[in-house]
Design a binder for this molecule. Structure first.
Ligand SMILES: [Zn+2]
Length: 487
């Protein structure tokens, strides 16, 4: 129980953990079986607590790790194990095996035959549990006893995604009063893009030659992500859900449905895992709102650079006057960085460190975007293209990632770039709004509706708050430091 005492620094928690420890002691007198089960349970919790605190930073609830185990696809779990299992974890497992061995010896060769003592312990157990419930309410919601409660919460959320699909089926359609001004709308959703490594935002780098070349023809915004993990950031960005009320997501449509209602044919073309995953996720339920869905990534071993998405696009006729709306969900700059680009499109052929590997992913995405621009501009139709990312990425020479409990500015500093080949005063107006601040991408949903003339209502979030790890953990971006100083 020592790790829990160390990590859960609060008076109430210390008292509660001590009560649990006394309970364990009473169990040891009352029943071998209860004692064994409870010891094994507490050891599993301790393993998770030590692991989370040594890799994610201070964390006092189980829900995020249960969520990770339950919702992660095979690829994510595999990458997670590769990246975050350290010698500390190996030590904990050995320690647990050792505890298990002692427990086995103890239970096997010792037993208590003195009946009054057992009866006394039973009475004390009842008194202790009764007292705890009296004071704390449902103690099964409290760490370290909350594993089943947390598991149920996560499963319920999984079912909620399916309920969302049902909700969307029954919903009535609403068509905008306005004429649609664009024929082709393209949203490129990057992955783990830290804008400070983009030449467009930081001229110390030559990572975005295409964007830098056309920088007078595009609108470049300062933006932060509403969350640091894909499964929270995507719904916050593409629906009207905000960080204050995430559950609104389960009763709201995404931007895909808005375009569908206005006679666009909608396409979700993804290089992230979707079709292969056994659980519905927040991203796949949004993807399924589209008329056409394609997931190109089925297995970790087969993750190809993002240009595989062109194979899908090339099968779709875009040189026509049909109204079409596309979302390209990229693998972008997700770890492992060296797998995100090809030998042909690469900035540092022999990257010296992680920073250069990461720059290669940015450079590759710039190439991908350039190709998309060409394809859509060649249609000679009215085109709107938006590029952003679900969240940022923190990294230095040796280590990188996202979704840690301790956040930095780079966890959420993302690109937001818009391009319109027709004059659009609403975008210009937004840009001047953005000139001395930043937008929170939780309002990207409303912004896209506004600039594409689906809605006349302008709603822009300048909130500094974002979600890190779990819904309760809301962080103020303006109070954070940078993780890495760009020389
Ligand atoms: Zn992500």
């Amino acid at each position: 129980m020592l790790p829990q005492y160390i990590y859960f620094i609060s008076f109430n928690r210390t008292i509660f953990i001590t009560a649990v420890l006394i309970l364990l002691f009473l169990f040891s007198i009352f029943s071998k079986f209860l004692f064994t089960v409870f010891t094994i349970y507490l050891n599993i919790i301790n393993m998770l607590v030590i692991h989370m605190n040594s890799t994610w930073g201070r964390i006092t609830i189980l829900e995020p790790i249960v969520e990770l185990i339950y919702f992660s696809s095979k690829r994510e779990s595999f990458e997670y194990l590769q990246k975050y299992i350290s010698f500390i974890d190996v030590f904990i497992i050995l320690h647990t095996a050792f505890v298990g061995f002692i427990l086995y010896k103890l239970v096997r060769y010792h037993s208590l035959k003195f009946k009054p003592l057992r009866i006394t312990s039973l009475v004390l157990i009842v008194v202790l549990l009764g007292g705890l419930i009296q004071v704390k309410g449902n103690i099964l919601k409290l760490m370290p006893l909350s594993l089943i409660h947390d598991y149920n919460m996560v499963v319920r959320r999984g079912t909620a995604f399916k309920d969302r699909n049902e909700f969307l089926k029954k919903r009535t359609f609403e068509k905008a009063k306005n004429e649609m001004i664009y024929d082709k709308v393209v949203l490129i959703m990057g992955e783990s893009v830290n804008k400070n490594f983009m030449g467009l935002y930081n001229d110390k780098y030559n990572t975005t030659p295409f964007f830098s070349k056309i920088k007078n023809d595009i609108y470049t915004f300062n933006a932060i992500a509403p969350a640091t993990q894909t499964h929270l950031a995507i719904p916050l960005t593409l629906t009207e859900t905000t960080h204050q009320d995430f559950n609104a997501f389960f009763k709201s449509k995404s931007i895909i449905s808005d375009f569908k209602e206005n006679d666009y044919k909608t396409y979700w073309i993804s290089n992230q895992e979707g079709a292969g995953g056994k659980h519905e996720s927040s991203t796949t339920t949004i993807a399924r709102e589209s008329d056409f869905v394609s997931f190109q990534n089925y297995d970790v071993a087969l993750t190809n650079p993002d240009e595989v998405l062109f194979d899908v696009l090339d099968e779709i006729e875009i040189n026509n006057s049909d109204k079409q709306m596309f979302v390209f969900h990229l693998m972008g700059s997700h770890a492992d960085y060296d797998q995100r680009c090809t030998d042909e499109v690469i900035l540092h052929k022999n990257p010296k460190n992680l920073l250069e590997e990461y720059q290669n992913t940015i450079y590759y995405s710039d190439f991908f975007i350039e190709e998309l621009f060409k394809k859509f501009n060649n249609t000679n139709k009215n085109v709107l293209i938006i590029y952003t990312s679900d969240h940022g990425e923190t990294l230095d020479e040796n280590e990188g990632g996202h979704g840690f409990y301790d956040s930095h500015k780079e966890s959420v500093e993302i690109p937001l770039v818009m391009y319109s080949n027709i004059k659009n005063e609403r975008i210009e107006d937004l840009l001047s709004d953005n000139s001395n601040g930043f937008f929170n991408n939780e309002s990207l949903y409303s912004i896209i509706k506004y600039i594409s003339s689906i809605s006349d209502e302008k709603f822009v979030s300048k909130s500094p708050y974002f979600i890190s790890q779990s819904l309760e953990n809301i962080i103020d971006y303006t109070e954070l430091d940078y993780y890495y100083e760009h020389e």
